[in-house]
Design a protein around this ligand. Structure first.
Ligand SMILES: [Cu+2]
Length: 604
């Protein structure tokens, strides 16, 4: 089998669906909870019909892991048992970004050097249930990871709106490697509101709801340049984020799905390390037909009303973002449709979309296919009507109607070390007239013309805990992006709504951040100033746990710290950034404890 990327044929494999696990009670007694034991173990899989098998890391032998489905409020205890063996199941390289085609378009090493410390990474893993309102000691703190033959015992209360969450590895500094090795899966919560809308398929209609886990990957080669079935993890010196030339959906490269000429509910997760997707649906002539799709939900559940798309408008999903979609194949009997990706990599929110279905090698989109839908000719009766309004429980919050106790500002910065883009940081900024001891000041000129003066509070993960949120209170966090690329920011424990996007003038960004001191500094320079309001898309106004912050923007999010207290993290969901320092802890404490600690009112 002399297969190269160019001879690998799209749409050869049927789309697999991960097995569904519904946790069971060991006894009917009210006090008993549902229990699950999930083994992490090595598995052999074929990523594509033309490729040989390869070894990966899995939850319970499935790539992606089994989909765990629960009803709202069903408490589940999970024993995540690490039975993994050996080293990460792929080779890792760093290649030099050149003026020619980016090396990430190719399979294999592309003349890169091995990343010596990465090949030898052994299983050390901790599971985080992304999007879940979880007790702190079950949230998967990145340092509390398990070696083989150890396990992580946790409890998830699932007391939140119906939504598609996902579980994945979150180990300190190696999340990108462990997730790439196969460690991710879906977790679906159902509730009465979703059922009343007719959105939960009955057991004989389960096939009309399709979960789709989208991940870009790269493939390794033998010395002769032919694919050997294995993955390869390759980054470039100027990028240092993983972008792969092929797309896996539910564990297969470019699969196809036979569908009936009716409506389906598609639940899409971008589980890639770094790639942003803009999913554009096209027919065999390359004509976009996105208007047959409506979005009904976001990361944290149903929207108030469906969101429509223009025919040429794609669905943008950054890593960890989810889209809950209703797609209607009724007018496409006997036709083939496919999803292609038109987002550039890296993504900056401002790139012109690549022409649907057309490869763009320079933008690391050499193979834009994602998957194919083959619509059957068979006559069908489809009784489902999408309601004009969806979740009654959904209300839009705004900066003005949202009473909040705290504002916080976080700056996103990056820098190069030894000519490699390496350092990514979240800088927590304190607000104050008197910065600590001669520390530089960072000035921000707000929309209303006022000047805010900030000093650098913390910037690395091991720095002091800086922020203590009062349990039960509302807060507004603002993320200022001083880098050239979009960062999807994820906050554990809470669901939030994006309140606004504002565009700031950051043209002389490089002078604001001094990597040696770790300080942001505008002394002797103009402040970073408000320019204009940006746009929140209709499908970004739902409840979310991940939000794209584009270059030069301040994105404000509002959330409530209810129910659980303790130590959590927030971070960029580009896994390479999260692993390279773009993650910070925060602590939620009861009001009286904050007072006893002398923290009340003085935390910034
Ligand atoms: Cu980032």
């Amino acid at each position: 089998m002399d297969i190269t990327l160019d001879t690998l044929q799209p749409f050869q494999d049927t789309l697999p669906t991960p097995p569904v696990l519904r946790p069971k009670k060991t006894d009917d007694n009210e006090d008993c909870v549902n229990v699950l034991q999930i083994c992490l173990r090595n598995v052999k899989v074929k990523l594509h019909a033309q490729l040989p098998e390869t070894g990966l890391w899995s939850y319970q032998g499935s790539i992606p892991g089994p989909t765990i489905e629960v009803n709202r409020g069903e408490k589940v205890r999970v024993d995540w048992i690490n039975h993994l063996q050996g080293h990460v199941p792929y080779r890792a390289f760093i290649a030099t970004t050149g003026s020619a085609e980016p090396p990430q378009n190719d399979a294999g090493p592309s003349g890169g050097v091995p990343q010596p410390n990465l090949d030898s990474v052994t299983p050390w893993t901790v599971v985080h249930l992304h999007g879940a309102k979880t007790e702190a000691d079950s949230d998967g703190w990145p340092e509390n990871a398990a070696f083989p033959n150890q396990s992580q015992l946790v409890q998830y209360t699932n007391n939140q709106n119906s939504a598609m969450l996902w579980y994945h590895d979150h180990a300190m500094a190696t999340t990108r490697l462990n997730v790439y090795a196969g460690l991710s899966g879906l977790w679906i919560i159902r509730d009465a509101e979703e059922r009343a809308l007719g959105l939960v398929p009955k057991s004989d209609e389960a096939e009309f709801e399709i979960p789709l886990v989208i991940q870009d990957r790269n493939l390794d080669t033998e010395a002769n340049g032919k694919l050997n079935g294995a993955l390869v993890y390759k980054v470039e010196t100027d990028v240092m984020e993983f972008f792969g030339p092929v797309t896996l959906v539910n564990g297969k490269i470019w699969p196809f799905k036979e569908v009936e000429a009716r409506q389906y509910r598609l639940r899409v997760l971008n589980a890639s390390n770094a790639r942003v997707y803009r999913l554009v649906l096209i027919d065999d002539n390359g004509t976009p037909c996105n208007s047959m799709i409506k979005q009904i939900g976001t990361d944290q559940g149903l929207l108030g009303a469906p969101v429509s798309f223009a025919n040429d408008e794609g669905i943008i999903l950054a890593p960890a973002e989810r889209a809950d979609l209703i797609i209607n194949f009724a007018n496409f009997k006997g036709k083939n449709l496919r999803w292609v990706n038109t987002a550039t990599a890296p993504y900056n929110g401002n790139d012109p979309p690549v022409v649907p279905g057309v490869s763009d090698a320079m933008n690391r989109l050499k193979y834009p296919n994602v998957m194919q839908f083959r619509v059957s000719n068979k006559p069908v009766t489809d009784k489902f009507t999408l309601p004009a309004s969806l979740a009654k429980s959904y209300t839009r919050i705004t900066h003005d109607n949202f009473q909040h106790k705290q504002h916080r500002l976080i700056a996103l910065v990056e820098d190069t070390i030894n000519n490699m883009l390496f350092l990514n940081e979240l800088i927590e900024l304190g607000l104050g007239k008197n910065p600590p001891l001669n520390q530089p000041v960072f000035e921000l000129k707000n929309k209303d013309g006022t000047l805010s003066r900030y000093y650098t509070g913390a910037h690395l993960f091991p720095d002091m805990i800086n922020w203590f949120a009062e349990s039960g209170s509302n807060e507004v966090w603002r993320f200022l992006n001083l880098t050239g690329d979009t960062h999807p920011i994820h906050i554990h424990l809470v669901k939030f709504q994006a309140l606004s996007r504002q565009v700031f003038d950051v043209t002389d960004t490089s002078t604001h951040y001094d990597p040696l001191s770790g300080y942001l500094d505008t002394v002797g320079k103009p402040p970073v100033s408000y320019v204009a309001d940006g746009t929140l898309d209709a499908n970004e106004r739902g409840w979310k746990d991940n939000i794209r912050v584009n270059p030069g923007e301040i994105v404000s999010v509002g959330m409530n710290f209810a129910e659980y207290t303790g130590r959590y993290v927030y971070h960029c969901h580009i896994l390479e950034h999260e692993d390279a320092g773009m993650m910070r802890p925060f602590v939620v404490l009861p009001a009286n404890i904050l007072m006893f600690m002398g923290m009340d009112g003085m935390h910034m």
